[in-house]
Design a protein around this ligand. Sequence first.
Ligand SMILES: [Ca+2]
Length: 454
Amino acid sequence: MQDELALSPPEWVKDAVFYAIFPDRFRNGDPGNDPPGTRPWGAPPDRESTFGGDLWGIIQALDYLQDLGVTALYLTPIFTAPSNHKYDVVDYYNVDPHFGGNEALAELVGELHRRGMRLILDGVFNHCGEAHPFFWDVLRRGRSSPYWDWFTIRGDRVVQEPYPNYTCWAGVRSLPEWNHANPAVREYLLSVASYWIREYGIDGWRLDAVEHMPPDFVREIRVAVKGANPEAYVLGEVMGYAAAWFKHGALDGAMNYRLWEALVYFIARDSWDAPQFVAHLKGLWGSYPQGNAFASYNLTGSHDKPRIMTLCGGDRRKVALVVATIFALPGAPAVYYGDEIGLQGGEDPDCRRCFPWDHSRWDTELRGLFRMLIRLRREEPALRHGDLRFGEARGRVFSLVREGPDARILFFLNAGEEEARFPLSRPALDLLKGEPLLGTLRLPPESFAFLKEG
Ligand SMILES: [Ca+2]
């Protein structure tokens, strides 16, 4: 068993800014590999539609991403699977040919590493697709299949209609769950997890549906991944509180949906006031070990939630408040592709629209804000490494402090409709305006400020 030091979250995550990509919808770099029935880029997506996006397209977009300032990519699943989202894996050892195959992944990892950027992939180890050859064998041969015990089936043969008689993700019959009580299943999945780290140099995994898997198995994944590369990142898709996962040593960090929801309640929906919001943040940060909190993945959105611009009713100033708060907090900010240009979209599948490469459709002012916040975080180590202290919270206004060894950064946010005033105890520099400030900070409605005490 690895010691605790080897299992500590990788340092690089604190400094990272992630960009999350749904590969079918980001960029089509090779129309030659498009699946049959590919729809015109930008048409409204439905559950079945494919748009031809691929890893070659991501490689073509690396200049764009580097200009934005992101340092790491997270891709939703890329291994061979029939659907557009590829959570129904049939071959864990081959990148889907429609995404460019293993060749494109090797090229992408090489290009990213040359630029000092990193890549994490989506590990779907809770379930596979019904077309996976092992499940297919069970469907065909029943109990005489050597893979019968790789799944959890009630009865002597597989029944799919009208209801599946086997354990499957959220009751979806096309996604049979692996039987993690079977050591052979664990060994198979652990081999996959370490293979892509060792052989292709990916920098970690985002583990899908961790809350559906046995915690001791998730911890085994983490140990196997660290065995292949101690610096690799193991991030969990945790929808609830992640504290138990951290206590168990099963994850480095969690997708911070609890923060995202709080931002939606406070800023997008106006249904919480600032004291409620800050009390919620205190609960989160008080219950997570500091190392894990700093290795959390603070998302602007995801392929499973309506777009932040849509939740904010198209109000760019509200989106700016959400994003600024994410950049003020510990943990890696994670931009869901297109959020930086104001892409809209409701519930899945609408939140998975094609990225518009026609610049005339971009909210360039919003993109400028993302670039500025990413640069600020790069230039100010206290925003990445500094301790978090909560300041005041009243009405729709709050403040917090990031306390680094060399500087204190103060963050003030006013989500209200009137000017807010904050008395300052010391002279400070307004980092976004580049102006010195003394006495009182006057914050207009729906705005924020980062101040630095030297
Ligand atoms: Ca393509």
